[in-house]
Structures are given as structure tokens and as C-alpha cells.
Design a protein around this ligand. Structure first.
Ligand SMILES: [Cu+2]
Length: 88
């Protein structure tokens, strides 16, 4: 069955609550809104990332992720992989 039981759903929620982290990264090298969009997309694509919001004007990326699945360094790596810089 593809349906999730109520039990497994609540377990998952507890799990998320314990290991969820929200960080803001400084992103360098963006020169327009589509750069920001590209950064946002690679972050969102990363398993374990719950949400990603990149502010082009502020040059910052706000990422909510599950520390049990993905590390800050992995997120930074994804950003540098597509040609930008990332620092905490
Ligand atoms: Cu651009």
C-alpha cells in the first residue's frame, strides 16, 4: 500500500523536529535573479532539504534541512559546484 499510516507519519514529524536545522548562507557570484533561482533549485534538489529561499539582493540563501540527511558542507558544495561561492 502506498498510504502512510498515521503512526509512521507522526514518527516522521518527530524525526524532522529533532534534526531540522535552519541556516543562512552567504552566496557570492550571483549577478542576477536567475543565478539566485539556480542556487535555489540545486539546494531544493538535495535530499534532506525541506526548503530553500535565495535572496538575490541580500546575497543570502536561507535553507531548512534535516541534519540527519544532509550537512551544511554538502549544501555549500552544491552551490560551489554550479559556480558560486558559499559561506556561513
Ligand atoms: Cu545570473
Amino acid at each position: 500500500m502506498v498510504y502512510q499510516t498515521r503512526e509512521s507519519f507522526s514518527k516522521q514529524s518527530i524525526f524532522w523536529g529533532e534534526t531540522m536545522k535552519k541556516i543562512t548562507l552567504n552566496v557570492g557570484g550571483m549577478h542576477c535573479g536567475s543565478c539566485a533561482m539556480a542556487v535555489e533549485l540545486v539546494l531544493k534538489d538535495k535530499p534532506g532539504v525541506k526548503s530553500a529561499k535565495v535572496d538575490y539582493d541580500a546575497k543570502k540563501a536561507e535553507v531548512e534541512f534535516d541534519e540527519a540527511q544532509v550537512k551544511v558542507d554538502d549544501l555549500k558544495k552544491e552551490i560551489t559546484k554550479i559556480g558560486f561561492t558559499a559561506s556561513e
